[in-house]
Design a protein around this ligand. Sequence first.
Ligand code: ZN
Length: 381
Amino acid sequence: MFANAWTLMRIRGIPIRLHVSLLLVLPFLAYTVATNQLPMILRAAHVPPDALTLPAGVLGSIVAVGLFVGIALHELGHALVAMRQGGTVKSITLMVLGGVAQIDHEAATPRQQATMAFAGPLVSLVLAGVSIALSRVDALFLDLRAGLFIFGGMNLALAIFNLVPAYPLDGGRILRALLSTRMPQLRATRLSASVGRVLALTGAGFALMHGDPMLLLVSVFVFMGASADEAATTMRLGLTGLRARQAMGRRVASVDPGRPLSTVARHMLFQGASAAIVRDERGVRGVLSVRDVQRGPSKAAGEVLKGEPIWAHVDDELSEVVARVQKSTQSGAIVVDDMNTIVGVVTYEDLARVMALRGAADVPGSVPVEPTVPLRQDAPR
Ligand SMILES: [Zn+2]
């Protein structure tokens, strides 16, 4: 998912990856810390600057690297709890704005969600407490004490920042878990995302008034993250428990690859079709959705198609079918029955309809499938 990253090491099988953006920013961060922040930090640590034996530049670099060690351990906290709950962790990538753990896991209960969200800040809080306590030990070198104090302070800041209830930050995820105990998860997600956006806008306003570029960047990141995460969760929750047959369009036009899109659209209108299957003498080439046929009237159907067709069975989990389509370059999946006969097509446009119905029907969990639904129902006479 994140190109331009190198694997540094593996911890419990999880690759810890370093994004190229970080390598570009680390020297800058080290320099800023050494020249601007270090004197202030040392005063707070009760360490006289001239008592240090290490040059400020070296300390600055250690601080910069320490920040990302802290972020890596924070993400590892999330990752280990996710693994304990039965999830898999693909990687942890360290980037400019922090770390991203790619976790393949949907925490089932609000309690599990909250535990997973709190695990990261908890690691940061423990690191902060231990480091700051050690920095008070008189027997240690002053340089080490200053370093420990700085490391502790950074982890404390990391914990506090992540506990702000601005979804998708950890605090926002905890808020969502708390809300999910009182309302459906979809509403809890929407509400938390709205709170996240309001907090992000407040942060951005504050950043603009005080000329703080870092806070502005973080606010924009939170705002976009809230909306993206809300959309992904809405989609996932809206589709779980549904089968391909409940979403597929049953009227599908059949065209050959040489046909211009205007003709394909005319065929679809004439037949009341929601999608078109493109086929030639070698067989099925793929699916065109309504959106595809809008891509220029004189373009040929075969020109618009890319990649191999995606197939699904009528009883396949809809969310799995969608995941397959999302990974492909096609706009939909062709649905077949037990006899391997094509009975419909699922496109992104069908998903919008199904999710709207799901929201209006207000049925959580799995939606029962009528076992005897005729696949090609004729209009009543
Ligand atoms: Zn976190």
